[in-house]
Write a protein that binds this ligand. Structure first.
Ligand code: ATP
Ligand code: MG
Ligand code: MG
Ligand code: MG
Length: 496
């Protein structure tokens, strides 16, 4: 029997409650009042004001599980989803915080106690990191953290890390400080004997993954780039819940845990294909077998439905601008996978919502409460996109020969036509291109887009805000065609 998600989550919350933490509910995933952020992308984001000193923290110690989305801006893991085993668009970040209370010593002691005594993870499989020094400021290594870890583990498992992985900054200015990450090596014994896990930490190995990051905010970055030691020291930690589930379940993929299995089994049954299990260790542009192809599609859908459902339940409807456009893109990406790889020609994603809502009802009841509404929105979106999807795909096929003769590239005007006429977000076109071994002329797309924008500037009605209050009585959004106003500037990078 796999450990259940609700039990493992509760163990985390109970553990930190026993250490004097106040347990708070997750903030909504949709951000309505921060021009720098569309969605919550880490556990600390809802507490930003406490760290910036704009508001006093209501408690000195807080712990929670926070719904997070990493699909835009600084953190964007969308491209990994379905292909790798441990990055999701939406995930839960378990976290514990100290606002001017405990610091490195307790945070490290508790992290170790929780992982090894409560979750009983094998100590020999755990690796920890500390900041190696020099954040461009002559800062020395974080020897305090290194020393503290020596109480619990051996030197070959305590690794120095660079600024990118081990020094956290809120932005160009503001709170910052070194962090210590905890990684787990889930490889088989035979593989472990061949190569020490230490060599694979932070090296994109699918079974040597980061599970927890503990940030020690002890400085403030000033506008002149200098660092000021803060009078009050804070701790901010984040542990990926789905990765923790993989570790405690002794499996090799987040998708093989109780978090994803109910969704995967439902999808597989519904579409009448078998799910074959653990994801391939290496990512390939083109799935080698039919099984791999359907597995990827099932994983993408199981991942994306969580993002879509929770974001809508938290108040963001799919639309053509900003946050709404991000959701529409993800939804269309899921529809495309269902259509092309699983042969779903009718709306289908909306049927998964009740499974997810039941699964999450204990911890995130907001989805169950709005289940019907969410289903309606998703189904409506599916219907409208399915109307043009098939024609768009046919259009690509009919032009494929030309693309091949033209340097294996989908030209800008065609990419624009696909988005303007068929509602294909640029990254969807890029995804289809990738599968065919083609690239997309992104610059040409942007030029065509700019030309259209200038043609229709005056005629365009811009949506005023990202935020839509969700009420059962509210009118459903009607499909109003596709507006390029906010097409993503970013295109999928191609896999190695
Ligand atoms: P990675 O290096 O694996 O991309 P990260 O360093 O970007 O992770 P942090 O910003 O430190 O991640 O977030 C804290 C924790 O959240 C990570 O240790 C990891 O367990 C989890 N996490 C981060 N991104 C994702 C994701 N896309 N899906 C699932 N869990 C994630
Ligand atoms: Mg990352
Ligand atoms: Mg990392
Ligand atoms: Mg990290």
């Amino acid at each position: 029997m796999l450990p259940t998600a609700s039990h493992v989550r509760q163990q985390f919350l109970d553990f930190f409650a026993s250490k004097g933490h106040h347990i708070v509910p997750s903030a909504p995933i949709v951000v309505k009042d921060d021009p720098t952020l569309l969605f919550i992308n880490s556990g600390m984001a809802p507490f930003k004001d406490y760290f910036l000193g704009n508001k006093p923290a209501p408690f000195k110690r807080i712990a929670d599980t926070q719904k997070c989305l990493r699909v835009s801006g600084k953190h964007n893991d969308l491209e990994e989803v379905g292909y790798d085993t441990y990055h999701h668009t939406m995930f839960e970040m378990l976290g514990n915080w100290s606002f001017g209370d405990y610091f490195k010593k307790d945070a490290i002691a508790w992290a170790w106690e929780l992982l090894t005594e409560v979750y009983k993870l094998d100590q020999d499989r755990l690796y920890v990191t500390y900041f190696e020094g020099d954040a461009g400021d002559g800062l020395g290594p974080d020897t305090e953290t290194q020393e503290l870890w020596r109480t619990y583990t051996t030197d070959e498992r305590i690794l120095p890390g660079n600024k990118k992985d081990n020094f956290w900054e809120m932005g160009d200015t503001g709170p910052c400080g070194p962090c210590t990450e905890i990684h787990i090596d889930l490889r088989d014994e035979a593989e472990r004997a061949q190569k020490p896990g230490a060599e694979l930490v932070n090296a994109d190995h699918p079974q040597v993954v980061e599970i927890w990051n503990n940030v020690f905010m002890e400085f403030e970055r000033r506008a002149d780039k200098s660092l000021l030691k803060l009078p009050q020291q804070n701790v901010d930690t984040g542990m990926g819940f789905e990765r923790l589930m993989m570790a405690v379940s002794g499996v090799k993929s987040n998708y093989d845990t109780d978090v994803f299995q109910p969704l995967i089994q439902f999808i597989a049954k519904e579409v009448g294909v078998e799910y074959h299990g653990t994801s391939p260790a290496t990512v390939t542009d083109q799935p080698a077998t039919e099984n791999e192809k359907t597995d990827i599609a099932i994983r993408v859908i199981a991942d994306h439905i969580r993002t879509i459902a929770f974001t809508i339940a938290d108040g963001q409807l799919p639309s053509n601008v900003k946050a709404g456009y991000v959701i529409r893109r993800i939804l269309r990406r899921a529809v495309r996978y269902a259509f092309s790889s699983l042969n779903q020609k009718q709306p289908f994603l909306y049927k998964i919502v009740p499974v997810l809502a039941d699964q999450m009802r204990g911890i995130f009841p907001e989805l169950k409460q709005q289940q019907q509404f969410v289903q309606r929105v998703v189904e409506e979106e599916e219907i409208s996109f399915l109307k043009t999807l098939e024609n768009g795909l046919r259009r690509i096929d009919s032009l494929e020969e030309g693309f091949r003769q033209n340097g294996n590239r989908i030209d800008g005007p065609t990419a624009f036509e696909l988005s303007d006429t068929f509602g294909f977000p640029l990254d969807l076109t890029a995804l289809i291109a990738r599968e065919k071994g083609l690239s997309v002329d992104e610059q040409g797309f942007q030029q065509a887009l700019a030309a259209q924008k200038s043609r229709s500037r005056n005629a365009q009605e811009a949506e005023q805000s990202d935020w839509t209050i969700v009420l059962e009585s509210e009118e459903q959004p009607a499909f109003v065609g596709y507006d390029q106003a906010e097409a993503p500037a970013r295109i999928l990078r191609y896999r190695r």
